[in-house]
Design a protein. Sequence first.
Length: 101
Amino acid sequence: MSNKQDLKKLMEEALGNIRNDRKVAREFLNEIANAIAKDAEQNKYLSPVAAKHIETMQRSNEQLVKLIGLKHKSVGQTVELTEDDKNSLFDLIQGDGPDVS
């Protein structure tokens, strides 16, 4: 498999992970909003959790921008990844996001 095919496969996997992370975060935010709507006292406990999930969604946007940048760099030329590019892709695939546990 060529470097270009490897990159495409990694980018597709990372994009799938980003989309899945965003979906999970969005669903969880909806649950938090419903819990707060039922019991306003929960706001003080759940707001920090909601903020972390919004941060996760923002991070996924940043990851998507990085992927677009990598793709843009590879258009029309041989794909040569720098060490930073490789590390960024590895972090994306490994799920370099905040710990939600």
